[in-house]
Design a protein around this ligand. Structure first.
Ligand code: NAD
Length: 308
C-alpha cells in the first residue's frame, strides 16, 4: 500500500509513520507536513533515509500540491490539524482553516483521484462531555470548544463526501493519546518535564476532569487496522477504558519521577472545560483489536522517553 500521511511530523502522525514502516515491509509512505510549531522532522528520525519513505514539507490547504501527491497513492490518512484546545480558545482561525478547509481540500483532491481509502483522524471531543455512560459511534456530535467544533466540521464534511460522492471515507475517534514525540505543551509531557526540573505542575480547576488515556502505539495499531480492515463509511471509536482524573494523572507522574506533591498548583479552570469523555469500543474490538499497554505501562515508557 502507498499511503499519504498528513501531519506525519506531529505526535500521533509520526508514531503512525514509524509503525507502518516497521510493520509492513512492502508499504510506502509519503509524509506531508507544514512543520508548524507542533511538527518536527526529528520525530521522523530513523525513517527519513528509508527508501520507502518520502517527506514533503507543505500545507494540506495547498490544492496543487495535494492534487499532485494524491494522484500517486492508494490511501490518505489525515492527521494534519491544529490540535491544542487552549490555543483554539485564544484564536479559532487557524483551526478553521487547517482542520476544516484543509480537510475539504484533501477531500476534493481525493475525490478526483483513484484512492481506496480516506481515513479521517478524529477525536472523542467531537461528542462533547458525558457525565455517565459512554459515547457510541451513533451518538450526536456536541462539540463544546473551537478545536472540537472544527474537528466535528471535518468529520461531517468527510461523511458527506462518502454519501454524495461515494468517496471511500472512514473515520476514527480516539481518546487522549500519550507517549513519545508529543509536543511539551500537552499535559503528560509538560508535567513530566516540569516534575523532572522541580517546576510547578499547573492543574486546571480542582483536577477532577476525567479523560480516557491510550498509549499512542495502541492507537496506531488500531488506526492501521481500520485502514486495512475497516468498513468504508463507518466510524470507529478507539478507547482504552483507562479513565483518570487530571489529578490522578499528575500523581502518577510525580510518583514515577519521585517528585514532591508540593509541586502541584491548582490554577483557574479552562473556559468551557469538558468534565469527562468516555467511549464505547465494541466496533473496533470486532476487528480484533485490544490495547496492549495499561496506563501504568505506557506511562513508564513515556517517562523514560522524556527523561532520556
Ligand atoms: P500534533 O499537533 O502533534 O500534530 C499535528 C501535525 O500537523 C503537526 O506536525 C503540524 O505541523 C501538522 N500541521 C498542522 N497544520 C498543517 C497544515 N495546514 N498542513 C500540513 N500539516 C499541518 O497533533 P496530534 O496530537 O499528533 O494529533 C494528530 C491528529 O489526531 C489530529 O487530527 C488530532 O485532532 C487527532 N487526535 C489527537 C488526539 C490526542 O490525544 N493527541 C486524540 C484524538 C485525536
Amino acid at each position: 500500500m502507498r499511503i499519504l500521511v498528513t501531519g506525519g511530523a506531529g505526535f500521533i502522525g509520526s508514531n503512525f509513520v514509524h509503525y507502518v514502516l516497521d510493520e509492513h515491509e512492502n508499504d510506502e509512505v509519503i509524509t506531508l507536513d507544514a512543520l508548524t510549531y507542533a511538527g518536527s522532522k526529528d520525530n521522523l528520525d530513523g525513517v527519513l533515509d528509508d527508501p520507502r519513505h518520502e517527506f514533503v514539507e507543505g500545507d494540506i490547504r495547498d490544492r496543487d500540491l495535494v492534487t499532485d501527491l494524491v494522484s500517486d497513492v492508494d490511501a490518505i490518512v489525515n492527521f494534519a490539524a491544529e490540535s491544542h484546545v487552549d490555543r483554539s480558545i485564544e484564536g479559532a482561525k487557524p483551526f478553521v482553516t487547517t482542520n476544516v478547509q484543509g480537510t475539504q481540500t484533501l477531500l476534493d483532491a481525493a475525490n478526483e483521484a483513484n484512492i481506496e481509502c480516506f481515513l479521517q483522524i478524529s477525536t472523542d471531543e467531537v461528542y462533547g462531555q458525558i457525565l455517565d455512560g459512554k459515547f457510541s459511534e451513533d451518538d450526536p456530535l456536541n462539540p463544546r470548544n473551537p478545536y472540537s467544533a472544527t474537528k466535528a466540521g471535518a468529520d461531517l464534511l468527510a461523511q458527506s463526501f462518502q454519501t454524495t460522492h461515494d468517496l471511500p471515507v472512514l473515520i476514527t475517534r480516539t481518546c487522549n493519546n500519550f507517549g513519545p514525540r508529543q509536543h511539551p505543551e500537552k499535559l503528560i509531557p509538560k508535567f513530566i518535564q516540569n516534575a523532572a526540573a522541580g517546576e510547578t505542575l499547573p492543574i486546571y480547576g480542582d483536577g477532577s476532569n476525567v479523560r480516557e488515556w491510550i498509549y499512542v502505539e495502541d492507537n496506531c495499531r488500531a488506526l492501521d487496522m481500520v485502514l486495512r480492515k475497516g468498513e468504508v463509511g463507518e466510524i470507529y471509536n478507539i478507547g482504552s477504558h483507562a479513565e483518570k482524573t487530571n489529578f490522578e494523572v499528575t500523581e502518577a507522574i510525580l510518583d514515577a519521577i519521585g517528585a514532591d506533591d508540593a509541586l502541584i498548583e491548582f490554577v483557574e479552570d479552562r473556559a468551557g472545560h469538558d468534565q469527562r469523555y468516555a467511549l464505547e469500543t465494541e466496533k473496533i474490538e470486532s476487528l480484533g483489536w485490544e490495547t496492549e499497554y495499561t496506563f501504568e505501562e505506557g506511562l513508564e515508557r513515556t517517562v523514560e522517553y522524556y527523561l532520556d
